[in-house]
Ligand binder design. Structure first.
Ligand code: CAA
Length: 285
């Protein structure tokens, strides 16, 4: 199973990061989103990220231009027809994802692998929505994609071994380290990481300390590169809540109860960096 051309559905934070990783590694990429302004914003994010790398002398201006030139923007799914691999990074909504996978299944050529970057939705369920469940797999990237080395490769109940091997290989080719994980709520990273963040939010909710202090204790006391509240702001509070709800409903275990403060922050629209305000304030949305 050779992968040459890659489609990315969704040009947001994760989708644009994923498209960037493939384009830098020499793959032809179609980056699709539903509105031209979303695709253009994704391209701008990629350009800025590559220019940052180039400004450190880690990439030449020609290589930046070549990587950007390998990304074909699209507002329809049709150009994904001849892709060997499609990575979906759309919104975390189960109905939207199953509908999207049904569409991709109808459009993409036989043998193409359909991957989802979902952080919490069952891959087994997504696979079952298609006529090619053996070729559906999870490729879970981490934010910020250009810097984070891991790809959690999620094996749905139906996924073929050959598909797992192909996805592991392509992950290595784009400079990432794959680890294969069985399909389960939150997989491994989010099952460990997101409840820890939720506890950080509970510490704030219960008035144990100020946000800066909570984050500093975890940086200094546990050697984390950033504190749980700043990390929640980076990930997006809506995503953090989404994962907690998936764990809580999936395992039916009260230990995964989302923090009331997390719910309130999401209700208020304080979603973190992307809205300019979360537990901390940011200059721009
Ligand atoms: N593109 C390209 N290069 C970038 C970049 C970008 N978007 N962002 C930063 N860089 C470069 C910088 O220019 C810098 O380069 P030099 O070392 O050459 O100077 C380097 O990367 C480090 O940048 P910073 O000094 O700004 O960053 P840092 O050292 O403070 O690290 C961090 C930043 C990697 C985000 C670090 O704080 C970290 O690892 N945080 C934790 C992130 C994490 O846990 N992510 C997982 C979230 S969970 C998830 O994503 C899954 C989910 O489903 C919810």
């Amino acid at each position: 199973m050779e992968i040459r051309k890659v489609g990315v559905v969704g040009a947001g934070t994760m989708g644009s990061g994923i498209a960037q990783a493939f384009a830098v590694a020499g793959y032809d990429v179609v980056m699709q989103d539903i509105k031209d302004e979303f695709v253009q914003r994704g391209l701008t994010t990629i350009r800025k990220s590559l220019e940052r790398v180039a400004s450190k002398g880690k990439m030449s201006a020609d290589d930046v231009a070549a990587a950007l030139g390998r990304i074909r923007p699209s507002v329809t799914l049709d150009p994904l027809a001849d892709c060997d691999l499609v990575v979906e990074a759309a919104l975390e909504n189960v109905d939207l994802k199953t509908q999207l996978f049904r569409k991709l299944d109808g459009i993409c050529k036989d043998g193409a692998i359909l991957a989802s970057n979902t952080s919490s939705i069952s891959l087994t369920r997504i696979a079952a929505a298609t006529t090619r469940p053996t070729h559906v797999v999870g490729m879970h990237f981490f934010n910020p994609v250009p810097l984070m080395k891991l790809v959690e490769v999620i094996r749905a109940l139906q996924t073929d071994d050959e598909v797992i091997r192909a996805v592991e290989e392509v992950s290595r080719k784009i400079g990432k380290t794959p680890h294969v994980v069985k399909d389960s709520y939150g997989f491994v990273v989010n099952r460990v990481l997101i409840p820890m963040i939720n506890e950080g939010i509970n510490c704030l909710y219960e008035g144990l300390a100020q946000p800066e202090d909570i984050d500093d204790t975890m940086k200094l006391g546990a050697n984390h590169p950033m504190g749980p509240l700043a990390l929640a702001d980076l990930i997006g509070l809506d995503i953090v809540l989404n994962v907690m709800e998936t764990l809580y409903q999936g395992f039916e275990d009260p230990k995964y109860r989302p923090s009331p403060l997390l719910k309130q922050m999401v209700d208020a629209g304080y979603l973190g960096r992307k809205t300019g305000r979360g537990f901390f304030r940011y200059d721009q949305a």
